[in-house]
Design a protein around this ligand. Structure first.
Ligand SMILES: Cc1ncc(COP(=O)(O)O)c(C=O)c1O
Length: 400
């Protein structure tokens, strides 16, 4: 049977980070040992007390649909969390629990954007941002950032791209793929611009607890502290903080009418977030938090090793990522050079060469709108980081 696919699906790009994971799995299946720096998720198991809450939920028969916006008990736990950790006050009708924050972001794009609308994304961007904007039939406007300053917005570029069609901004600090944590100064500037032009800021804060040098301040909190009055939708996830990627629990906190509109979309798409995951999420948010500090300490030690080894590679420059678990070095020194008799035209070629020669998976920066860069995840052990980067070094030494 031949299908005539919708323009919607024809216009959207597949997730290429998943494609790299598939390549690695194929090589492993052939018995080739592969070092994987491509992963975008914690390598730790979900902490035991959270897993137990999930098991108990199943045993207690908590295996049915819940209220569409999320169980009241979970939304209350989220409200307490937002108060305790972020200094923010919200009511029940301002919280929407979804099947991962990815669904939260999808919901807000569907609820607010349509054909003719434009939405600002900053490059390097997380691969799904522009695609979600396109799935809402709107147009992503790509604004540059400053690689030497935590990949903060290039405000001159932003100002030059302003049109009356812009309705919102999607931002992500700490960032995937750069690990950059924006300074308050840059965020205040952005909030003021958003207020002036009546744009909503959709703030993806899924890496908020993985910040290494200073403590994270939520964008809405900065908005309130500086009395800017911009419209902010705070999007958060349990995936990275509690090593819960497979449980699929994320949420938004924001305006009541917007929350209701997103809940309407979600109600027709997936009804509610998974019930067992919601029970586990209550335990994650209200239980012992020492697991978060422990994991963060591990990521920081791994980051230090990885960044120092990356900076030791000939021609490679890597800024110190302030958060998340990604290093995003500049490999442009190798563009135009020859490896295995073939010119390296872009970062796809560089990642492909590293995979073929060193058997190390990395993610090419071109896919994130960052030519010449390559993403290395340090959500893996120090031994693997040392082994993998030794292999990358030997591979780079063959390039002429
Ligand atoms: C920037 C960013 N936002 C959102 C997500 C998705 O989070 P969730 O697992 O809650 O859907 C990811 C996952 O990789 C991410 O990197």
């Amino acid at each position: 049977m031949k299908y005539k696919f919708s323009d919607r699906v024809l216009n959207v790009n597949p997730s290429f980070t998943l494609q790299m994971a598939t390549r690695a799995a194929e090589m492993r299946a052939k018995g080739i040992p592969v070092v994987n720096f491509g992963v975008g998720e914690p390598d730790f198991n979900t902490p035991a007390h959270i897993r137990n809450a999930g098991k108990k939920a199943m045993d207690d028969g908590f295996t049915k649909y819940t209220a569409g916006p999320g169980m009241i008990e979970l939304r209350e736990a989220i409200i307490q969390k937002l108060k305790r950790e972020n200094g923010l006050d919200f009511n029940l009708d301002q919280i929407l629990v979804s099947n991962g924050e990815k669904q939260s972001l999808y919901n807000v794009c569907q609820a607010l954007f349509q054909e003719g609308d434009e939405v600002i994304n900053f490059s390097p961007y997380w691969v799904s941002f522009p695609e979600m904007v396109k799935l809402a039939s709107a147009n992503p406007i790509i604004v540059k950032t400053d690689s030497k300053q935590n990949f903060e917005p290039d405000f001159a570029d932003l100002e030059s791209k302003i049109t009356p069609n812009i309705k919102g901004i999607i931002m992500n600090s700490p960032s995937n793929p750069t690990g950059g944590v924006w300074r308050e100064e840059a965020i205040v500037k952005l909030l003021k611009l958003a207020k002036q032009h009546n744009w909503i800021i959709i703030s993806d804060e899924c890496y908020e607890r993985l910040v290494f040098e200073e403590s994270f301040v939520s964008i809405e909190k900065i908005n309130q502290n500086h009395q800017i009055g911009a419209e902010v939708l705070t999007c958060m996830s349990l995936s990275k903080t509690y090593a819960m990627t497979g449980w699929r629990i994320g949420y938004t906190a924001g305006d009541k009418a917007l929350t209701k509109a997103m809940a309407k979309i979600q109600g027709q798409a997936t009804s509610c977030a998974n019930s067992i995951g919601q029970k586990a999420a209550i335990e994650a948010l209200t239980g012992d938090q020492s697991c978060v500090d422990e994991m963060r300490g591990n990521y920081k030690a791994r980051r230090d090793v990885m960044v120092s080894l990356l900076n030791n590679l000939p021609g490679v420059e890597c800024e110190n990522p302030g958060g998340a678990f990604y290093a995003f070095p500049d490999f442009s020194f190798y563009l135009g050079k020859k490896a295995d008799g073939k010119i390296l035209e872009d970062s796809f070629d560089i990642s492909e060469y590293i995979l073929g020669s060193a058997k190390v998976v990395t993610i090419p920066g071109d896919g994130f709108g960052a030519p010449g860069y390559v993403r290395f995840s340090f959500a893996t052990s120090i031994e693997i980081i040392q082994d993998g980067l030794e292999k990358v070094k030997s591979a780079l030494e063959q390039i002429v």
